[in-house]
Design a protein around this ligand. Structure first.
Ligand code: ATP
Ligand code: MG
Length: 283
């Protein structure tokens, strides 16, 4: 049988979450820090550990069948790959930032200015789309110190919390793109059976992450109130308790509005609310 290869970042911001995702998909492998390749013992798959910059090209050229990489890197390398699944981690934005005391107030004022970045391709496209002609200074790292050194008027860099910008006397000014980690494959490969199987495993892990399993006790008189608060769930499981007129409700609720729902459920008379993580949801 064919063995697939998936390329993930060897070390850096996406490594840990990529390894965790693959392990949650039930794949057994050693997370060798020293080697480039690690076989999976219970699936026809090998894991390649690479610099993230190389991953899109490896996938495009068929050296790896799949890859996990930030959308920003894919756009910057201008490769042709299929986006198979957004993964919900590694979220960040590529932003133009200026110094706190900059005289620039409007994006058009970037005209003729210099902008330091490690993302010249994406920045060039952004500037062209906005009919701005600026001097792009491509550097390989520590972009945030360049205005302070007098190397550029602005920077274009990845931001997640904004802490690095702040500590360098910079403020975000314009959004260029937002990014997160994605699972990519070769164009057309999404129909291959083994790849489909992996995509389905990934999706079942992601679905489970977005939801919690909740068990609560409620007096039957208040059951309708509780059920009204659980939209989206066709039929929660309702089990009678030993105590007369009391039932336990088992259901799944979305993580995103979790606290709001729990407060509502308590107000409706729910007691002994137990919330549990879900490992996988297979549809
Ligand atoms: P490599 O050695 O593999 O080339 P790198 O230094 O280029 O690593 P990292 O800093 O580890 O890259 O970031 C990997 C990816 O994590 C980025 O391309 C981006 O998609 C994502 N990311 C999330 N938050 C941030 C952030 N605050 N700064 C930079 N990248 C971020
Ligand atoms: Mg890199």
């Amino acid at each position: 049988m064919k063995t697939l290869k998936i390329a993930i970042q060897k070390s850096g911001r996406l490594n840990e979450k990529s390894v965790e995702l693959l392990k949650n998909c039930g794949l057994n492998f050693e997370n060798y820090k020293s080697s480039l390749i690690s076989p999976v013992s219970n699936f026809p798959l090998e894991i390649l550990f690479l610099r993230d910059d190389d991953i899109p090209e490896y996938v495009q050229d068929g050296i790896a069948d799949l890859g996990i990489v930030g959308e920003n890197v894919i756009q910057e390398t201008e490769v042709e790959v299929a986006y198979l699944q957004k993964l919900g981690f590694g979220k960040c934005s590529l932003k133009i930032a200026i110094t706190n005391n900059s005289d620039i107030e409007d994006i058009k004022q970037l005209e003729g200015r210099s902008i330091a970045t490690t993302y010249p391709v994406i920045l060039d496209k952004f500037l062209k789309d906005n009919s701005i002609s600026a001097d792009i200074r491509t550097i390989s790292g520590s972009v945030e110190i360049s205005p302070g050194l007098g190397l550029s008027d602005a920077i274009c860099d990845l931001v997640s919390t904004g802490g690095t910008l702040k500590s360098n006397g910079l403020k975000p000014f314009a959004d260029v793109m937002s990014s997160e980690a994605v699972l990519i494959g070769r164009k057309g490969s999404e129909n291959e059976l083994l790849i489909q199987e992996l995509i389905q495993r990934v999706q079942s892990v992601l679905r489970a992450k977005e939801t919690k399993y909740v068990v609560l006790n409620i007096n039957r008189d208040n059951l309708d109130k509780v059920l009204d608060l659980l939209p989206g769930v066709k039929s929660p499981t309702v089990v009678p308790l030993a105590e007369a007129n009391w039932v336990a409700v088992h259901t799944v609720i979305p993580e995103r509005d979790f606290w709001e729902r729990i407060t509502g459920l308590k107000q409706a008379g729910a007691q002994g609310i137990v919330v549990m993580p879900i490992e996988k949801i297979i549809l």
